[in-house]
Write a protein that binds this ligand. Structure first.
Ligand code: CDT
Length: 314
């Protein structure tokens, strides 16, 4: 049997400034898609909230002002060139953006687009970090809880371009159950975009460990679930706030096989062997043979009898 390979691109985007127009950003993404495809990419991952600056750092009294950062349709006139380029190049992509639905709901969303330029999957971010109150004393805020509702689509795996692709967004990558939910649905590959500021007021993590915990999350998710993980971030200074970057690809062996080395726009392409999952899924992480979810909730101290308690979602 020939190996199942994929030309996998990850596009890191240096800061997007408040004055950058959607049209300019989309032209930048199309150029990077062309570069990735010229290097053999068949599928490319773009960051979270790719089309605008990371606006949850701003407090807007009026939601109408924040709505300028949201997309009401996808594709729109402004984003259509990216979909056309995907179809022309026969190269699918993952894209994160802020979604405003026709009935007025706000989500931090990502989509999968296949090599014909058609949308094949959608995810709305579930782990929304930060706060929803005005902390005007801070140098910058993290208001995802103010501007977005918790996603209502669950953690889905989608068939696209002959692969099973699971989606997540940014802070989701730090939660082990996200990868496990996707692995239990048979994902070959988990894709995610991120925006991680180097300094988050109130987040007690030393700056030098930020990159480590980011890469650790990707590598652990990949290894413990025997799948590939590809993560694309914003990087560099965005409206005065430094984002960590470190866009990367992690293999089922838990190794970081590609990583951005700059804090600007950077295109990574790896030719990955999807079947590298198989030896892990047939041995140490053979879920059917070795997982014991029926025992995970045996909390003898609580019931006194060792009875299983229900564990939602697993
Ligand atoms: N965008 C996003 O989810 N960022 C978070 C950092 C902010 S926490 C207030 C992350 O986990 O990278």
């Amino acid at each position: 049997m020939s190996p199942r390979t994929l030309g996998l691109g990850v596009v890191q985007i240096g800061g997007i400034q408040p004055e950058d127009s959607r049209t300019d950003v989309v032209a930048r993404l199309v150029a990077h898609l062309r570069t990735a495809c010229a290097r053999g990419a068949e599928f490319v991952v773009f960051p979270e909230l790719t089309l605008t600056t990371f606006f949850p750092r701003y407090w807007f009294e009026d939601q109408g002002e924040a709505d300028q950062y949201f997309e009401r349709e996808m594709p729109s006139d402004e984003t259509a060139p990216l979909f056309a380029a995907a179809a022309e190049l026969k190269c699918g992509f993952y894209l994160g953006y802020a979604e405003l639905t026709p009935d007025g709901h706000h989500y931090n969303t990502s989509i999968l687009v296949d090599s014909t330029g058609s949308i094949t999957g959608k995810y709305r971010k579930i782990h929304l970090p930060g706060h929803d109150d005005n902390r005007a004393e801070l140098p910058h805020q993290h208001l995802e809880k103010k501007y977005f509702e918790v996603g209502d689509l669950g953690f889905g795996v989608f068939e696209s371009q002959g692969l099973k692709i699971g989606m997540a967004l940014c802070n989701d990558r730090r939660w082990p159950e996200v990868y496990r939910m996707l692995a239990l649905q048979g994902a070959d590959l988990v894709v995610l975009g991120f925006n991680t500021p180097m300094v988050v007021p109130g987040w007690q993590e030393e700056p030098h460990t930020k990159m480590h915990s980011h890469l650790l999350s990707l590598a652990a998710g990949a290894y413990q679930n025997a799948l590939w993980v590809a993560a694309a971030g914003k990087s560099g200074t965005e409206d005065g706030v430094y984002m960590i970057g470190g866009s990367a690809i992690a293999s089922p062996s838990g190794e970081i096989v590609a990583k951005a080395i700059s804090d600007g726009d950077e295109v990574l392409v790896s030719h990955i062997d999807l079947d590298l999952s198989t030896p892990f899924r047939e041995s140490v992480f053979d879920f059917a043979a070795h997982r014991r979810p029926e025992f995970y909730s045996l909390i003898t101290e609580r019931t006194g009898r060792g009875e299983p308690l229900p564990v939602p979602g697993f």
